[in-house]
Design a protein around this ligand. Structure first.
Ligand code: BTN
Length: 241
């Protein structure tokens, strides 16, 4: 079921309501308090994009494997945009980039009970038909900017839900290897030296070699040692181009 509404504070908050079941989606044209990663706000011009949340109930997945859900969401998004001839890569953990610009943001939240994942809320903001963005956003793009035409947003949403179902089935069948290797291959900056930053602001050069099954980023430093970083322990800085 897709519930399409005009206003919401945040569809991730709506999706907590127990009346929403596995694979239900809540799509809002406008969010008054859309949330992004790292405590940021998610801005999206009303009526031009897709801002929605999907409820999943991955009861089969142990808590320590929750990163696999981030991976399948990212893979489904890359697959969906690929159908519209927009080649994308995954900026760890799950930003979706077209070239060096962000086209999709994802905020995943889990409700845990004992050792299992009770409910996962997959919040997705896809920049679809927005032609311009505020100057203060680091490096946004949209499907419109990439392809020079408008897209049917409901069709894009349905394509994503189909792709997500496909990847979810693969995961539920237990083919974690396929999920992990597919994610790795699509990582932004994979095997290319780049500058990364510690939260202190100190920069260093390193090369992405992959990601641990539990989600930590594997960075090879210039001394040849591969070190692993949890979310928030390392940052990519995006320079507006
Ligand atoms: C990011 O910072 O990149 C994540 C952005 C996630 C935005 C989406 S829009 C739909 C859902 N509801 C929210 O409040 N946030 C997510």
């Amino acid at each position: 079921m897709i519930e399409h509404k005009q206003h919401s504070t945040s569809t991730n908050d709506d999706a907590r309501d127990v009346r929403y079941d596995h694979f239900d989606a809540i799509w809002a044209e406008q969010q008054s308090a859309g949330r992004g990663q790292r405590g940021h706000t998610w801005h999206s011009r009303e009526g031009e994009n897709l801002t929605f949340s999907v409820v999943l109930k991955p009861h089969f997945l142990p808590i320590h494997e929750q990163f696999l859900l981030s991976e399948i969401v990212a893979l489904a998004l890359v697959e969906t945009l690929g159908k519209y001839s927009i080649e994308c890569r995954i900026k760890w953990t799950n930003d979706i980039y077209a070239g060096d610009k962000k086209i999709v943001g994802v905020l995943i939240e889990h409700a845990l009970s004992c050792e299992r994942i009770e409910r996962t809320i997959v919040g997705v903001g896809i920049n679809v038909n927005q032609p311009t963005f505020p100057e203060d956003l680091p490096n946004p793009t949209s499907m419109f900017i990439e392809q020079g035409r408008d897209f049917d947003r409901e069709e894009v949403l349905r394509s994503f839900l189909d792709a997500l179902r496909g990847w979810y089935d693969i995961l539920e069948r237990g083919d974690k290897e396929r999920v992990q290797s597919s994610y790795r291959k699509l990582m932004y900056h994979l095997d290319k030296p780049h500058t990364y930053y510690y939260p202190s602001g100190e920069g260093f050069t390193a090369t992405i070699r992959g990601v641990r099954p539990s989600g930590e980023l594997l960075l090879e430093h210039t001394d040849g040692i591969v070190r692993e970083y949890a979310f928030k322990e390392v940052e990519f800085k995006i320079v507006r181009s």
